[in-house]
Design a protein around this ligand. Structure first.
Ligand SMILES: O=C(O)CCC(=O)C(=O)O
Ligand SMILES: [Fe+2]
Length: 280
């Protein structure tokens, strides 16, 4: 065992999830099990992935950054990467949903802290690459959004949307006492078929989404560019919901478009109409 895998074992429960030995029988079985989950549900949920001691340390690290948290509160398009001009009022492309939460971005984190150390493990990146079945996968190089923390207090919510990239890994660090549930609709859109009717049925409450059960320390990998999702409002909670989000990309050196970075680093109450929309 090399030094790196000893460190990795301090972070991840390697007996249960042998991400350091993906070519072993147990490693291959793990990948097979995860890929089945991805195929069926577009979400791979691995409870107990992070060691409890690490979860406790992450709660402390994130709670210790409470003063750094930037509150965002704005209305956002569901389709952040598109130009959403010219749709009528009832069309999903013209809907604006509320994003009201606290954000901590990469440059605010301690380089020696647990959040960034976890992101740096090549074995974790390789694990995610195999789950996505991509030929290459790189940690995003975005100075602001490659690693990001969402914190949500009572009354806050993160409305329905698609992500601008696939390959977001999230770890639930702390759940709210009530609400703050991750709700999602697997594979509701594709690049070939936007399925606006299906999206509208969810927005109107005509169809119900799935709800993920994510105890603290759970790893989840989610195809958020194809699967509509939200975090439901947090209600009456003694502490915030905390999630830690890692971004990856098939291409090296991926940084998010400036408009998307600014949304998190320079909060404004202006609605976000989409990265390609001319007037936002
Ligand atoms: O906080 C979460 O669990 C997910 C939030 C989310 O969907 C996002 O930031 O794009
Ligand atoms: Fe998302």
């Amino acid at each position: 065992m090399n030094l790196n895998s000893i460190d990795l074992g301090d972070f991840i429960d390697l007996e249960r999830y042998p991400v350091h030995q993906l070519d072993s029988e147990q490693g291959r079985a793990l990948i097979g099990r995860c890929q089945k989950m991805m195929a069926a549900e577009t979400i791979c949920v691995l409870p107990g992935f992070l060691r409890q001691e690490l979860v406790d340390k992450l709660v402390m690290e994130i709670t210790g950054l409470q003063k750094e948290v930037r509150k965002v509160d704005y209305l956002s398009t569901i389709y952040g990467w598109m130009n959403n001009e010219g749709f009528d009022n009832s069309h999903p492309r013209s809907q604006l949903l509320r994003r009201h939460c606290g954000v901590i971005t990469t440059e605010q984190l301690d380089p020696e802290g647990f959040c960034l150390q976890l992101f740096q493990f090549d074995q974790l990146t390789e694990f995610v690459r195999r789950l996505l079945d991509y030929e290459t996968l790189y940690r995003s190089a975005c100075p602001h959004i490659s690693v990001r923390i969402n914190t949500m207090d009572s009354g806050e919510e993160f409305g329905w949307h698609f992500d601008t990239n696939d390959g977001v890994v999230s770890f639930i660090i702390q759940n709210a006492d009530n609400g703050g549930l991750f709700e999602y609709v697997p594979l509701i859109r594709s690049e070939e078929d936007e399925n606006y009717t299906g999206v509208k049925r969810i927005l109107d409450g005509a169809d119900s989404p799935n709800q993920a059960d994510l105890p603290p320390g759970t790893f989840s990998l989610f195809l958020g560019r194809r699967s509509l999702h939200r975090v439901s409002p947090v209600e009456n909670s003694a502490h915030p919901r905390q999630s830690l989000l890692f971004s990856y990309d098939r291409l090296a050196d991926m940084v998010f478009p400036e408009k998307i970075q600014k949304r998190l680093t320079e909060p404004t109450s202006e609605p976000f109409l989409g990265a390609l929309t001319t007037d936002s």
